[in-house]
Ligand binder design. Structure first.
Ligand code: F0G
Length: 451
């Protein structure tokens, strides 16, 4: 197989710059213009299977650690480093659950609604798909220490991969902004945890400066290698649809890494002739952190072949700064107002004929409980998908007979506080509070029988 430096390179997404860099460089942003970097491939130097179903053969050789990984099983489609550097802790063993009960509630035809449960990853969220790729790059460039800013899941995943790769690890979190399940993981996996008096956007800014000053390897989704790993979520969905693409992908939007990587995945598969149809993408914000929705729907911000109108973004961020805006939502994972992958996400919207919308915390909590009742359970941010889907069905954007895959990004146990508070206060559509009872057999039997 061709060596990684021949097969892949980094490229600035700004068409006016389009500078290219070797994959062995650790830069994260274009050193020439400061824009985002993409990983590009010399496909003619890679032996890409002739059809997607050829990847299915690797199920038979699962004793090979790379064939077992739900990310590296598709390694020809993210071929930026040689096998020897590829890290795996068994990520990507996730499932696509067909869910007719939730479909019925949303007036979607039987057999059309699917939940892609990324909570089954080793650290309990989709982040592991990206970390396995980024840590492989970190090993290739000989990184010794790493860092990230996080609303929780990135820090949990980084901490887990860092200790299995032997890297020192520092995570930045906003004080009081992180769900306990996630904080407990970062501490337990041995990360140095720095709580900044501020929100995620403040942490994101600090970590970039710290990484440059101290030469730490940055693991936020600004890192283009991370997004390469996250493409495989789409490959596994296609695999579970019998190597077909669905009509819609619905995903929560925070820092916009997932949506960006999904768009890139489909763009590349189409270019390679491995799919003939690109699904549509719906990206769902929380109303308390709805920068993407505002910029796209209200201010008409567009990809425009990469010639993005920066003044629209600058103006909007200026207003946020001047009003001291800090995002707020119970879906703390997506409590972000300056998403770093905004521009790549605009490209994904363009490629996938995407739609963007925002849902309230109340809608998120009800949707979360619905998923818990009939599905596999998930954390609040993940439930934005079903809450958003309800809007899209109500407004006729998605038809009842279209095949839809919602990405459940994180495990239900990540944020037990939101779950318990929702059920205990008994005001939600699906609240299921515990019933108090004396320590008395007759009373217990009466309670159960009356139910
Ligand atoms: N869902 C969950 C559970 C998340 O943890 C995140 C992001 C998202 C959705 C949003 O994904 O950034 O790709 O749009 N969490 C990051 C973190 C920001 O620090 O853990 P995105």
């Amino acid at each position: 197989m061709a060596q990684s430096t021949e097969t892949a390179y980094q490229k600035c997404i700004n068409p006016a710059c389009a500078a290219e860099f070797d994959c062995r460089q650790t830069i994260f942003k274009c050193p020439q213009c400061g824009d985002l970097l993409d990983i590009q491939y010399n496909w003619d130097k890679i032996e890409v299977p002739g059809k997607l179903s050829d990847f299915g053969r690797r199920w038979a050789t699962r004793d090979n650690r790379l064939d077992f990984s739900g990310v590296w099983r598709f390694r020809e489609l993210l071929n930026f480093c040689p096998d020897e550097y590829r890290v795996s802790i068994g990520e990507g063993q996730t499932i696509l659950q067909q869910n007719d009960r939730i479909a019925e509630y949303l007036e979607i035809d039987k057999g059309c609604l699917y939940l892609q449960y990324e909570g089954l990853n080793p650290s309990g969220s989709f982040k592991d798909n990206g970390m396995t790729a980024a840590f492989s790059h970190a090993m290739m460039v000989g990184a010794k220490s790493c860092a990230c800013a996080s609303t929780g899941n990135t820090s949990a995943s980084v901490a887990l991969y860092a200790h299995s790769c032997g890297l020192k690890c520092t995570v930045f979190i906003g004080s009081g902004r992180i769900a306990f399940g996630k904080l407990s993981q970062a501490m337990d996996y041995g990360a140095q945890t720095i709580q900044i008096k501020g929100d995620f956007d403040d942490c994101m800014k600090q970590v970039q400066d710290v990484c440059v000053k101290l030469n730490l390897y940055l693991l936020n989704s600004l890192n283009p290698f991370r997004l390469e790993g996250q493409k495989t979520i789409m490959y596994r969905i296609i695999e579970q649809f019998g190597w077909q693409v669905p009509d819609w992908i619905v995903v929560p939007g925070g820092n916009l890494g997932n949506s960006s990587s999904f768009g890139k995945a489909f763009m590349e598969l189409k270019q390679l002739g491995l799919i003939n149809k690109i699904p549509r993408l719906a990206i769902v914000n929380a109303t308390g952190a709805d920068t993407l929705t505002e910029l796209v729907n209200a201010k008409n911000l567009k990809w425009n072949n990469g010639n993005i109108d920066q003044t629209i973004i600058d103006k909007y961020y200026k207003v946020l700064t001047e009003s001291n805006f800090s995002p707020h939502t119970c879906a703390s994972a997506i409590e972000i107002s300056r998403p770093v992958n905004l521009k790549k996400c605009l490209r994904a919207i363009d490629v996938c004929e995407g739609v963007v919308l925002a849902v309230t915390d109340e809608e998120i909590c009800d949707a979360k409980a619905l998923i818990g009742k009939y599905g596999l359970g998930c954390e609040p941010a993940s439930a934005a998908t079903i809450a958003g889907l309800k809007h899209l069905r109500d407004h006729g954007v998605i038809d009842a007979d279209e095949k839809i895959a919602c990405i459940l990004t994180g495990h239900v146990l990540k944020d037990p506080n939101v779950t318990v508070n929702y059920h205990k206060n008994n005001e939600g559509l699906f609240s299921n509070p515990p019933v108090e009872c004396d320590n008395n057999l007759d009373e217990i039997i009466k309670l159960i029988s009356d139910d």
